[in-house]
Design a protein around this ligand. Structure first.
Ligand SMILES: Cc1cc2nc3c(=O)[nH]c(=O)nc-3n(C[C@H](O)[C@H](O)[C@H](O)COP(=O)(O)OP(=O)(O)OC[C@H]3O[C@@H](n4cnc5c(N)ncnc54)[C@H](O)[C@@H]3O)c2cc1C
Length: 345
């Protein structure tokens, strides 16, 4: 009998798999490619919410866990995943500049905001009110990470690239079985796919669709990320991601003409050079009302668990939550009450 079945190999599923494997646990992961939030993500890690200049939930602590976690995966998978990309917030008014300096009065935010404003970050991104640099930022190549980690699981015979059909799961007293596979516990890490999970769909998870344009510009030559109404994120080879959008109503998987128009008008306001659109991608963020993950044991069936609700900050949240969740599963450590799904019972 295996220790675990995991359903979903996005940021949640692979972070948990990694914690379990490091403890010598046996597992099988199912992945059906129905959701792609983790693979289309911008991969940005940034402790500061750039609208209000407040610290994101537990972001300081999460950053300390996340960087060593991704560094160890770089070594293990023999790939480069971390780009310590600077992020500049473009100010649109004097008031925004003042808010930046007021935010620096808060001791939790102060370490992440540079007090020296910059007049210019690039010849093609004009600003009348300068730019502020956020410290402790960067980008994880989540797409590369996910594909490499799935390859690694495949080599260990721990990945089944197929749909997990909930109706075929048999619940034993203290185990579960699915076709030929039995395990002590099953962990559902399905992202927005959780809305089809008969045991956990009662939880208040909602979809928040995000779309990016990928543009090519020979002239731009931008080496840093810039945030105004949207992010401009350099990918290398003159390519840039522009976005992302936030849409609570449309949870279809496909990119939309409406998002394309919105992003196009926003990027035109930011750039004064030529570019062409080369791609458009979309994904559904698994979001919660209180913007905190939903993690833990099913109230009735003790072998069933879920780890979800990473919203728009999966890159920073996943390593910390996976550590706490696996310590709870394996060492009886308590689950952070702020993420425990019990708050919704
Ligand atoms: C456009 C966009 C931009 C983003 N940018 C950032 C960013 O810059 N920084 C950041 O931190 N976060 C960002 N995010 C958010 C981040 O991507 C998410 O928080 C994170 O990916 C969620 O990970 P997850 O594993 O919970 O869900 P998912 O990535 O959705 O993974 C769930 C997996 O489960 C699989 N699955 C579901 N049901 C089944 C089933 N029945 N059988 C088998 N497999 C199943 C799915 O195929 C999927 O692979 C962005 C999201 C979007 C959409």
């Amino acid at each position: 009998m295996l220790d675990y079945i995991i359903v979903g190999a996005g940021l949640s599923g692979i972070s948990i798999a990694e914690e379990l494997i490091s403890r010598g646990k046996s597992l099988m992961v199912f992945e059906n490619n129905s959701q792609n939030s983790s693979t289309v993500a911008g991969g940005i890690f940034n402790p500061v919410i750039l609208k209000r200049f407040t610290l994101a939930w537990n972001a300081g602590e999460q950053l300390e866990t996340a960087l060593p976690f991704y560094r160890s995966l770089e070594k293990k998978l023999e790939v480069s995943l971390i780009d310590e990309l600077p992020i500049y917030r473009k100010f649109n008014s004097i008031e925004e500049q003042n808010n930046w300096f007021s935010a620096m009065d808060k001791p939790t935010v102060e370490p992440f905001l540079d007090s020296n404003l910059t007049n210019s970050v690039n010849d093609h991104i004009p600003s009348n009110f300068s730019f502020g640099r956020v410290k402790g930022t960067g980008r994880i190549d989540t797409s590369l990470l996910i594909w490499k980690y799935r390859e690694y699981l495949k080599k260990m015979n721990s990945l089944i690239s197929a749909n997990f059909d909930h109706s075929k799961l048999v619940l034993g007293e203290d185990f579960v079985s699915y076709n030929e596979i039995s395990a002590r516990k099953i962990l559902f890490c399905e992202g927005y796919g959780m809305v089809a999970n008969p045991w956990f769909k009662f939880l208040p998870l909602h979809g928040n669709k995000g779309e990016y344009l990928v543009i090519r510009s020979k002239d731009l030559k931008l080496q840093v990320a810039v945030k105004s109404s949207v992010f401009i994120l350099p990918l290398g080879d003159d390519l840039y991601k522009i976005g992302a959008t936030y849409d609570h109503k449309d949870v279809s998987a496909d990119p939309t003409p409406a998002a394309r128009e919105t992003l196009l008008s926003q990027v035109r306001k930011m750039l004064d050079c030529d570019f062409e659109i080369v791609d458009q991608v979309a994904g559904i963020r698994p979001a919660t009302r209180d913007r905190k993950p939903i993690v833990g044991q099913h109230p009735q069936f003790s072998q069933l668990y879920c780890c979800n609700g990473f919203g728009s900050r999966g890159v920073l949240i996943a390593p910390t939550v996976a550590k706490n969740f696996v310590a709870y599963l394996e060492e009886g450590e308590s689950l952070d009450p702020e993420i425990d799904l019990k708050r919704y019972l």
